[in-house]
Write a protein that binds this ligand. Structure first.
Ligand code: BG6
Length: 483
């Protein structure tokens, strides 16, 4: 498999929060890998920026340690690690009191693309943007990258959008949802719009229902404080699952271009109906051997925050009227498994009679781990004795089909390079984020008003039993991890 590296222009990337968790786990390793692939042409520079006073040499040591821990096999090449770290600079800045901004300004020259990565809490977005302007650091080639959570609800998201819009044009703002950078998530679009096979059947007339599962085995880890205020709804459903739903349900955009794609995604979110309370199941994991409970993890014995959510929703539009979408996500579940299953309807009439049984085609898109696509096809069970039908999978594992050397960059590698190239296709637009919150808010307000508590579920199970009932009431079953 030949890996194609598309050249990019030289750039300056300034990482605010340059010593933080995200920078160490994701941003620096992603940049290192792109550096190794030749996508950091001279005189590109990476500048870590944070409040702590330290030298560039200190920062390089922090970066080196981060690469050894988080960059996988690529970091075994010591010479490349050293060479990459040599490109790193550091500046101590304080967004609130103005310290260090002249130093940062002195480091930057006009010419290369300039991107500021806001790897900091949203509370600092406004101050950072104002400082960048005050010090004349924003030019037409400047971009900013902002991370989720983009707000806590519709009001706060609108507030953030307003603040950013005071300083930047929307075309300069890159809101990251790292799921959109995943190779397999982009494959959803390739599968749908690169094949003639699926799209004619991709509607309520032929599809019984669609289910999306994003299951994790990890608990909330050291992020208890953030998670307790977010829960699975805000942490995963409002963004990652919503994006998957958009890509599965949207109309074909005229072109694979930023606004064409984002316009179609927006229409999907706006077509979502209000979810009925009895179509939502919330859960919270309990302790297991050697593993603490959610409440212990977040240090709140009375927590009502959900670490699991399953819901059924509908899209009020011509294509999908009558086809339910079932979405679920949770932590501390029995397997790490992200998949989308499209379950087609029964054939209108069985010519083989009742003894042959009824079968349905199913298309499963496995996102992680073990990316691949499986299409369940009905065939005759071999042997004499009449026509009995069975389902067999037409299975395509991407690893097997594309070979072990297939170039599958991490989501952050692709997304950061898209920022440098100025391609916003895989980033969320202001109206898209607001529409997602507009759908999420009434659901959360509903359970807050009723004082609903999530159902406890065993760690490393499939979540609360009610999630299975949500399906069974409709005569359906979850695929992937099951109860
Ligand atoms: C993050 C969430 O956005 O996505 C985490 O905040 C979650 O809670 C993570 O664990 C999952 O990402 P991935 O790439 O591991 O599926």
């Amino acid at each position: 498999m030949v890996s194609r590296t598309i050249p990019v222009d030289a750039f300056d990337l300034i990482i605010f929060g340059g010593t933080g968790d995200l920078a160490r786990r994701k941003i620096l390793p992603a940049l290192f890998k792109r550096f190794c692939a030749g996508q950091m042409p001279a005189p590109s520079r990476l500048i870590g920026a944070a409040r702590a006073e330290m030298s560039a040499a200190d920062y390089r040591e922090i970066a080196r340690a981060a690469l050894l821990e988080f960059a996988g096999e690529a970091a075994l090449d010591d010479a490349s690690v050293t060479e990459f770290c040599q490109t790193l600079e550091y500046v101590a800045v304080d967004a609130r009191d103005g310290r260090g901004w002249d130093d940062l300004s002195a480091m930057l020259t006009d010419g290369p693309v300039r991107a500021f990565y806001y790897s900091v809490g949203p509370g600092l977005f406004s101050d950072l943007s104002a400082r960048l302007h005050k010090h004349g650091l924003v030019n037409a080639e400047t971009r900013i990258v902002v991370e989720k959570p983009f707000g806590h609800d519709l009001d706060s998201a609108r507030g953030l959008n307003r603040e950013l819009a005071q300083h930047f044009d929307e075309s300069q703002i890159y809101r990251i949802d790292h799921y959109l950078g995943k190779e397999t998530v982009q494959n959803l679009m390739a599968v749908r719009f690169g094949n003639m096979l699926f799209e004619p059947l991709w509607n309520a007339q032929y599809i019984d229902h669609i289910q999306i599962t994003v299951a994790e085995t990890v608990g909330v880890g050291g992020r208890g404080e953030y998670y307790e205020n977010a829960g699975a709804m805000r942490d995963m459903m409002q963004n990652h699952l919503m994006q998957l739903l958009c890509l599965i349900a949207m109309e074909p955009p005229a072109m694979f271009e930023p606004d064409a794609v984002r316009d179609e995604k927006l229409k999907v979110i706006r077509a979502l109906d209000v979810v009925q309370p009895h179509h939502i199941v919330r859960g919270q994991y309990t302790a297991a051997d050697g593993y603490s409970s959610y409440r212990e993890d977040v240090g709140n014995p009375r927590s009502k925050t959900e670490s699991f959510i399953a819901l059924k929703c509908h899209l009020n539009n011509w294509r999908w009227a009558g086809t339910p979408f079932y979405l679920r996500t949770g932590k501390r579940l029995k397997e790490r498994d992200s998949e989308i299953t499209v379950v087609f309807k029964d054939t209108p009439h069985s010519i083989f009679g009742p003894e042959a049984g009824r079968h349905r085609n199913e298309l499963t898109i496995q996102l992680q781990p073990d990316e691949g696509i499986t299409l369940g096809v009905t065939i005759k069970e071999p042997g004499p004795g009449g026509m009995r039908l069975i389902d067999v999978p037409l299975d395509m594992s991407f690893a097997e089909a594309l070979g072990p050397d297939a170039d599958t960059p991490d989501a952050y590698e692709r997304l950061i390079m898209d920022v440098i190239r100025g391609n916003q296709t895989l980033f969320m637009r202001n109206d898209e984020v607001e529409a997602a919150w507009a759908w999420t808010d009434p659901i959360i307000r509903g359970w807050e008003a009723r004082g609903d508590a999530p159902k406890p579920y065993d760690s490393f199970s499939a979540g609360p039993d009610d999630a299975a009932l949500l399906m069974r009431r409709d005569g359906r079953e979850w695929r992937g991890i099951t109860h």
